[in-house]
Design a protein around this ligand. Structure first.
Ligand SMILES: Cc1cn([C@H]2C[C@H](O)[C@@H](COP(=O)(O)OP(=O)(O)OP(=O)(O)O)O2)c(=O)[nH]c1=O
Length: 195
């Protein structure tokens, strides 16, 4: 399938996974990373929080590039209304995985599209992931591999975190950091892509 960009695109993300996912569309884009501090965001709900962070990152990059369409995102892991951020250290990574073990959690990704005229489109996609019961030995071995530290919730479903999954409801790519199918749908709707 030939997907044609109707605008110049910029991806506002340092995540190599988002870059790979966007590249799957087969369109050209530039990558510009924002320097926004995520922890400063205040919100009433996790849905509002993830949108606000994604908005801040995307706006920061949009301010640097005039006539282009900027796409940014933020992914959070929510367990019983608690946000499980990227773990700061080994102990936190272990605590996150112990909480997720044997339970279902939500992964929310907010995507923001800012067009050259400043028009903003925001949507949030949710995927529910149920983990198997994880032994302490397995959690420790995984944490010691170093994989959890750049990932929300402290695991990567695209790496050895895949071994923890009992079932998943929703878009797998949303857990990796970009709900590609919904993004495609939005970009078609906004006439920023054609095929
Ligand atoms: C749950 C989960 C998260 N993640 C990643 C997706 C995101 O990259 C990261 C969450 O952090 P984000 O703050 O959403 O993204 P980032 O810091 O990697 O990149 P940027 O802010 O520049 O866009 O966790 C996985 O790769 N696999 C998973 O299974």
């Amino acid at each position: 399938m030939n997907i044609i960009a109707q605008t110049e695109f910029v991806l506002a993300s340092a995540s190599p996974r988002r870059k790979e996912l966007l590249a799957q569309l087969g369109i050209a884009f530039e990558v510009i990373t924002s320097n926004v501090e995520e922890t400063s965001v205040q919100a009433q709900s996790v849905e509002q929080y993830v949108q606000e962070v994604a908005r801040l990152k995307t706006r920061d990059v949009a301010a640097q590039c005039g006539k282009k369409t900027v796409i940014g995102a933020d992914t959070i892991v929510v367990f019983q209304d608690r946000l499980l951020h990227k773990p700061k250290n080994r102990a936190e990574a272990i605590t996150h995985l112990q909480a997720l073990s044997g339970n279902a959690h939500r992964v929310l990704t907010a995507v923001v599209i800012i067009q050259p005229d400043g028009e903003e489109t925001v949507f949030v996609e949710e995927t529910v992931v149920k983990f198997k019961q994880l032994s302490f030995e397995l959690i420790e071995a995984y944490v010691d591999s170093g994989d959890p530290f750049d990932k929300a919730g402290g695991y990567g479903i695209q790496t050895h975190g895949a071994l923890f999954v009992e079932r998943i409801e929703g878009d797998y790519n949303n857990v990796v950091g970009f709900p590609l199918a919904s993004l495609f749908e939005q970009l078609i709707h906004l006439r920023l892509l054609t095929f």
